[in-house]
Design a protein around this ligand. Structure first.
Ligand code: SF4
Ligand code: SF4
Length: 135
């Protein structure tokens, strides 16, 4: 039995499709939706925890990929380039886990890395390309 946290990215028109429920029915997996968002690129983002037998898990992931879903593990590392960030606040309402906080004293936007689940929304949204994915 394995359990992993993953991020699913899919086109907006697929948001209402019951693809995740097929994971339960066809692959005997359990899931727990941690976050569901539609990001500025009109892409649905679903953060979920997926649990089941390893073989079924792998089949379920392949099923998602064949349906056109981009599957990303939550192990990637996001960082903020403070030299690029101008504290424009665009990222604050977009982050599903409130990982950006505005310091009311100096008006700077701070990145709280511990809260970040590496969904990638801020990387696409930041107009100054201040958010980066490091491997
Ligand atoms: S969107 Fe980019 S530049 Fe604006 S506050 Fe967020 S990280 Fe900084
Ligand atoms: S990748 Fe960006 S938007 Fe996503 S959780 Fe981390 S800080 Fe928030």
């Amino acid at each position: 039995m394995i359990e992993k946290k993953i991020v699913l990215h899919f086109p907006k028109e697929m948001v209402d499709k019951p693809i995740v429920f097929r994971l339960v029915k066809d692959f005997d997996l359990e899931f727990n939706i941690l976050k569901a968002e539609v990001n500025p690129r009109e892409e649905g983002v679903l953060v979920l925890s997926l649990k089941g037998e390893e073989e079924n898990y792998n089949k379920g992931i392949n099923y998602l990929k064949n349906e056109g879903v981009r599957v990303q593990p939550l192990s990637q590392d996001i960082s903020m380039d403070k030299d690029r960030c101008v504290s424009c606040t665009v990222c604050i309402p977009l982050c599903p886990t409130q990982a950006f906080v505005k310091d009311e004293k100096n008006f700077e936007v701070n990145f709280i890395k511990d809260k970040c689940i590496a969904c990638g929304i801020c990387i696409l949204a930041c107009p100054y390309r201040a958010m980066k994915l490091s491997f």
